[in-house]
Design a protein around this ligand. Sequence first.
Ligand code: GUN
Length: 298
Amino acid sequence: MKEQLTQNTILLDGKVTSAAIKLELATEVATLISQGKRAPHLCAILVGNNGASETYVASKVKNCAEVGFKSSLIRYDLSVSEEELLGKIQEINDDSGIDGLIVQLPLPDHFNVQRITEAISPLKDVDGFHPLNLGRMVQNLPAFLPATPYGILLMIEHYKIETSGKHCVVLGRSNIVGMPMSILLSRNAYPGNCTVTLCHSKTKDLEEILKSADIIIAALGKAEFLRANMVKEGAVVIDVGITRVKSDKTKSGFKIVGDVNFEEVAPHCSYISPVPGGVGLMTIVGLLKNTLTAYHHE
Ligand code: GUN
């Protein structure tokens, strides 16, 4: 069932889409267990107690349980040394009972993030951050795709959105979302075959470029940046932003908003993803799917 927001706008519902894919994963895991095999196992390393990271990692652990995966959470306090962390990563790389390993980012400043990223075995790199996986992705070879772009592809696929020949504008060039998203949507594949424009802080004539987009992926991390005057009638808008802003309408005094001014933009779209309840839920599905792939690599 597609939720119709207005006469012409369909909501890209992360709850419904992630639930459908998680059901497929849970069914596959149940079959593996009934055959006497072990469950897929994801290990997460969390350093410190950054509030957002705590929330993300807790959600990853909960979602593993929901599909029947085993998960381990290894916590370190801020004083852990890079050498100690690298030692633990090596131990997990060598542990045949663990399929996927993620180190939650951001790490405290005294860590060399690149060194940590490259220490994770590419075969267990279910975040898809290792240069080997990114390189394979660029060459359209089998690879672990970064979880958020992968989740967005799964969402586009679920709603059977046409992408071939479309002009896709990606807002933001982060290593985790914007950069890989721009490459994935320009690949000769479905979803893909888009003509992609990657926009960033130095882009000129941004509004004009956005106005010509059939598909907009907003991943620049600026609350409610995208307004109605920047969007073509009938565009597909996918919102990756997650910003906590003050609100006098919630008990907590905060609310989560995306990079898109939803109320203003939604009536002009053919499809739009909400925040919360959109891409965030799909990111976890991307991670779970990568973990199952890692399991099958054995
Ligand atoms: N921090 C924000 N997003 C991510 C992610 O997808 N993976 C990891 N490891 N850290 C993150």
